[in-house]
Each structure stands twice: as structure tokens, then as C-alpha cells.
Design a protein around this ligand. Structure first.
Ligand SMILES: [Zn+2]
Ligand SMILES: [Zn+2]
Length: 175
């Protein structure tokens, strides 16, 4: 498998990382002391912010034929979620774990080279929720809707349950 976090900076990702920077300035992370624990900082999947928690993230998978985004979220730190993703790309046993791993395995079966670029879409504090809703789950659903049909995610993921607490959260119906 060949995954490189190369500097494929198309316009889209430049705008996205710019937006992510503005978002982080407005929403400083609570973990101000340590934002990355990568031994090789140059290989950090989030460019020095892999320990960000409660984020909606976007993985853009680019192959020779196309480029598609996948939207995901993590309640804990991103690094743990990232490790699970990379494990599912390496180990066929976990092929069906997420829509992203299914997509990667489909590319691998075609012998297609690909790159994955990870970006923070939005950081959202799961502890400051409106009663009856979960900010993080809501942001993920909005991100999936905004990416329209380009997204690797399935529409049915809009109906997934919140795992960030006991409160009931608002579910969106697929359009
Ligand atoms: Zn890192
Ligand atoms: Zn939630």
C-alpha cells in the first residue's frame, strides 16, 4: 500500500486549511499544552494537530481517476481514530469497518495508487450542547450534506446514533 501525505495542494484544500485555521483561532483547543505526539512531526496526519479532540474531520481520497471526500468524527483524540482508520486500510479483516475503508479496499483491488489528505472540518465541544442535541453529530451531518453526492459516506450515516453521551440528539432525515 502506498499512502503519502504529499503536498498535493489544490485550491480546494488550501481554502479548507485556511478555513480550519480561522476556525481554530475562534475556537482554541482545550488541550493547549500538547497538540501532536508524532515522533516524526513531518508525518503528522493533521500537520501538528493530531491530538485535537471532538472534531469533525474530512479525508480526501485522491486516486488517478477521481478525488472524493469522506467525513468522520471523533469524540476522543483524532490520533486514536486515525490509527483505527489506517489499521482498516492495512488489514482486510477490517475492510467493511467504515465507508472509507471499503472505498480504499476497492481502490486496492483495482491496483490503484491513492493519497489521503486529512483536514479538520470543525471542532465542536461535546460538553457544551444544547439540550436534546449533540453539536458534534450535527456538524458531521451538515458536512456530509454540504459535500453533496461527492462524498464517500452513505446517506444512511445521517441516521446514525450519537455516542457522545446519554442525551437524545436530533437526527436529520436524508433528503
Ligand atoms: Zn501528530
Ligand atoms: Zn454525538
Amino acid at each position: 500500500m502506498k499512502v503519502s501525505y504529499s503536498c498535493m495542494k489544490n485550491m480546494d484544500s488550501i481554502i479548507k486549511s485556511h478555513n480550519a485555521r480561522i476556525m481554530r483561532q475562534n475556537n482554541p483547543t482545550t488541550n493547549a499544552t500538547k497538540t501532536c505526539n508524532c515522533r516524526d512531526k513531518g508525518a503528522c496526519p493533521l500537520r501538528g494537530e493530531c491530538l485535537a479532540d471532538s472534531i469533525v474531520y474530512e479525508a480526501t481520497v485522491t486516486s488517478s481517476s477521481d478525488s472524493q471526500p469522506y467525513v468522520g468524527l471523533n469524540g476522543g483524540d483524532f490520533k486514536s481514530r486515525y490509527r483505527n482508520h489506517t489499521k482498516s486500510f492495512r488489514n482486510k479483516k477490517y475492510e467493511k469497518e467504515t465507508e472509507l475503508s471499503k472505498h480504499i479496499w476497492a481502490l486496492k483491488s483495482k491496483g490503484s495508487d491513492y493519497t489521503i489528505e486529512w483536514n479538520i472540518w470543525k471542532q465542536s465541544d461535546t460538553h457544551q450542547r444544547e439540550p436534546g442535541s449533540c453539536n458534534l453529530c450535527m456538524e458531521e451531518k451538515l458536512a456530509i450534506i454540504q459535500s453533496k453526492d461527492r462524498c464517500i459516506n452513505k446517506r444512511t450515516e445521517l441516521l446514525s446514533h450519537c455516542r457522545h453521551g446519554n442525551r437524545k440528539h436530533t437526527r436529520l432525515k436524508p433528503r
